[in-house]
Design a protein around this ligand. Structure first.
Ligand SMILES: Cc1ncc(COP(=O)(O)O)c(C=O)c1O
Length: 410
């Protein structure tokens, strides 16, 4: 029996076949069960901000586990209060901000959905969200996710959510005083790493304010420095009513949070929301240590600089497959001219590089925020090799006399 047999028999079928079995990680590298080394430019889907087995992460887990792991939300703990204060400071909420802790991105967005309902009451039953944006897989967050094919098997959805195009005009047209909130994903990751149009957040802030609706920014993938700012909304200098964070703030420890600003901070009252595990001292101590290391090592700046460096390096690769790069900082999408993203991911794996396809023609790169010259040079080498493998397959598959190959299936 192989591990593939075990996985095929024992694990839920909602995920496709696992591409490898990893047994160890260090920095930006992973090792599989056969001892093969991989350069990891996925980082657990934008989660492992400090890379794998970073000493700060390891020490925080070990020290807090040996001190106090969990006591429930009937009680306060020092790591929880410290992390709430840190998140408020980094998000710029001022004193009026508050933090709700959960254990994942979806839980953070569930809390945000409830926040919107508390704000809206019966007078504001409408919620606006963006077509193609991704907010999670739970029933509430699926209702916020503007992807009909994801919702379809699970209909009916929680009512009230309407999807609009990501343009200021579409928002102006859709909004009225019966809207409780607008949800936005500032860079649509799952949709192909598509940033919102420049100025959209600024306009959305003004328009939602004018109509008394909350502006809720999903920073689950973009937060914790990934785009070259602590949070993507800060690139436009706006103040939202709430943001949701997860992924990178825990650096590999499951944690999520809703951070509220101003009056939105007064909407929850006792009994309206909760979580057994959310905000426990173990998770909050680890996230606190991860954020402190991101600050100490200036990794937000590193994300901006290395993102630009990586982008320039990719644009120098001589490959007719590459259309161009998009995204911000170390949240990068590489657009492809042919629908070969899955084949490219497979070829990259063969060459010892972990990357991800968000759709048929986009590769998502979300490496650890710690990457430097060595990782970028090695990435270019391995990615170029994977591109050559796919290009060769395209040429082999192309009908004779044709210059464009047909789709290579993964
Ligand atoms: C923008 C965004 N929102 C929400 C989620 C859901 O987070 P989780 O998978 O932790 O529930 C994700 C996860 O990919 C995400 O990228």
């Amino acid at each position: 029996m192989t591990w593939q047999d075990d996985a095929g028999r024992d694990l839920v079928k909602s995920f496709g076949p696992r591409m490898a079995m990893f047994v160890r990680g260090e920095g930006s590298y992973l090792w599989d069960a056969d001892g093969k080394r991989y350069l990891d430019f996925l980082a657990g889907i934008a989660v492992d901000s400090l890379g794998h087995a970073h000493p700060v992460f390891v020490d925080a887990v070990a020290t807090q586990a040996a001190t106090l792991s969990h006591v429930s939300n009937y009680f306060a703990t020092p790591p929880q209060l410290a992390l709430a204060a840190t998140l408020k400071r980094l998000a710029g909420t001022g004193d009026a901000g508050r933090v709700y802790f959960g254990n994942s991105g979806a839980e953070a967005n569930e809390a945000a959905f409830k926040l919107a309902r508390l704000h809206g009451g019966s007078a504001r039953p409408r919620i606006l969200a963006l077509k193609d944006a991704f907010h999670g897989r739970t029933m509430g967050t699926l209702a916020l996710t503007g992807k009909p094919y994801m919702q379809e098997p699970f209909l009916p959805m929680t009512p009230g959510v309407e999807f609009i195009d990501s343009t200021v005009e579409a928002l102006e047209e859709a909004i009225d005083d019966r809207v409780a909130a607008l949800f936005v994903e500032p860079v649509k990751g799952e949709a192909g790493v598509l940033p919102l149009p420049a100025g959209y957040l600024t306009a959305a802030r003004e328009i939602t304010q004018r109509h008394g609706a909350l502006l809720i920014v999903d920073e689950i993938q973009t937060g914790a420095g990934r785009t070259g700012a602590w949070f993507a909304f800060q690139h436009e200098g706006i103040t939202p009513d709430a943001i949701t964070v997860a992924k990178g703030i825990g650096g590999g420890f499951p944690i999520g949070a809703l951070i509220t600003f101003g009056e939105a901070s007064e909407l929850f009252y006792p009994g309206t929301h909760g979580s057994t595990f959310g905000g426990n001292p173990l998770g909050t101590a680890v996230a606190g240590a991860v954020l402190a290391e991101i600050e100490r090592a200036d990794l937000v700046r590193n994300a901006a600089e290395r993102g630009a460096q990586l982008r320039a390096a990719i644009e120098r690769i001589d490959s007719e497959l590459i259309e161009g790069c998009r995204g911000a900082g170390l949240l990068m999408g590489v657009g492809l001219r042919h629908p070969v993203a899955k084949a490219l991911v497979a070829a990259a794996g063969e060459h010892g590089l972990v990357i991800n396809a968000t759709n048929d023609d986009t590769i998502r790169l979300v490496p650890a925020l710690t990457i430097g010259d060595v990782e970028i040079d090695e990435f270019v080498e391995l990615f170029t090799a994977a591109l050559r493998t796919v290009e060769d397959a395209l040429v082999l598959d192309a009908p004779s006399g044709s210059s464009t190959g047909r789709e290579v299936s993964a």
